[in-house]
Design a protein around this ligand. Structure first.
Ligand SMILES: [Zn+2]
Length: 343
């Protein structure tokens, strides 16, 4: 889904286009190009620039190699606009999995990285996307960095094409092939981070390839007063913090809980919640320890991201050392099989 509960959206097409009623299938409007047009729904009508149509849903289709622009971002193929709920606008893009993988690859990994690393990444993305489809879970920008065709380029699209239809299976089933920037030495068990069932490909492995990442080991000194300000939005009773203890690490060193000792007692919260409240770009992962340094707490940690599945910096180093995409993926997701699910 691209937009939810919006008042209105702007649509443009820089190629021949058609506007089709989603329920009846008839064409409402067509032309050689569509200048930026404001679209909204009101009282059972679609307000499309200066035109009005009796329609609760439409799709905007561009010529086969064209794209549709929604609020300034270009997407491949077509976009559906529906009045759901009434008088509000929801925008959904209809594109196939391969186009989606093309759109995501360039925002998940630098486009100049080694081909085998990019191929491995494309297969992770496809596996993850198909898993969500099979489970009928909606994909949105929170799950993968999808920005339409903004991040596509010729080299990446060719790499995606070479892996077309290939996904990973474990125990004859597709699974959520999580990935992250830098594991910091050992990847993490998905059960530990997300509470998923523990399965062989997601239970954590020794990485040994990501020590060039600048997030491999990191340090952050944070003033106690600043920490308290950030945490107090959710935990108002917090005052005069003495120290912070990170607890219950998984096999990859990612902690699951954090205990904050303060004047009012002990405050316990999830390590991930703590990381998000303090700032995910300050505390790069939940694999850290904390030391009381008077007015500041010194955090010493490793890795960037949740640590589950493929470590991207590790994958790139493996590719540079001559490993192929299948070896990279089998290293990070042990016991998987590769299946081409369509031609
Ligand atoms: Zn790693």
């Amino acid at each position: 889904m691209l937009l939810k509960d919006a008042d209105a959206a702007s649509i443009a097409v820089h190629a021949p286009y058609r506007l089709v009623d989603l329920n009846r299938g008839n064409t409402l409007l067509w032309g050689d190009k569509l200048e930026e047009t404001r679209v909204s729904f009101h009282g059972g009508e679609l307000i499309f620039g200066k035109e009005r149509f009796r329609a609760a849903g439409v799709k905007v289709i561009s010529r086969r190699d064209g794209s549709v622009e929604l609020d300034g971002t270009r997407y491949r193929g077509e976009i559906s606009l529906v009045a759901r709920p009434a008088n509000r606008l929801r925008a959904v893009d209809r594109l196939n999995v391969e186009e989606y993988v093309q759109g995501v690859l360039g925002s998940e990994m630098p486009d100049y990285w080694d081909k085998e690393a990019l191929m491995a990444q494309a297969i992770c993305i496809r596996t993850y996307v198909l898993y969500r489809k099979v489970k009928r879970k909606e994909l949105n920008a929170l799950h993968l960095a999808y920005r339409g065709i903004t991040d596509e380029n010729w080299r990446l699209n060719k790499i995606v094409g070479e892996t077309r239809g290939i996904v990973m299976f474990y125990d004859d089933k597709i699974f959520p092939a999580y990935f992250h920037s830098t594991c910091g030495g050992h990847t993490e068990d998905a059960a530990h981070v997300f509470g998923d069932k523990s399965i062989a490909p997601l239970s954590g492995v020794e990485c040994g390839f990501c020590d060039r990442s600048k997030y491999y080991k990191w340090k952050a000194d944070i003033k106690k007063a600043d920490l308290e300000d950030k945490l107090r939005e959710r935990y108002p009773g917090l005052e005069r913090t003495s120290t912070i203890v990170a607890e219950n690490p998984g096999p990859g060193g990612h902690n699951s809980t954090v205990r904050i000792k303060h004047a009012g007692g002990d405050l316990k919260m999830g390590a991930n919640e703590f990381r998000l409240l303090v700032g995910p770009n300050t505390i790069f992962s939940t694999a850290f320890s904390a030391k009381d340094e008077g007015s500041v707490i010194r955090f010493t940690g490793s890795g960037w991201g949740h640590g589950v599945g493929m470590c991207q910096y590790g994958a790139q180093k493996m590719a540079e050392e001559g490993y192929q995409w299948s070896q990279i993926l089998r290293h990070y997701y042990p016991a998987v099989e590769f299946v081409k699910v369509y031609r």
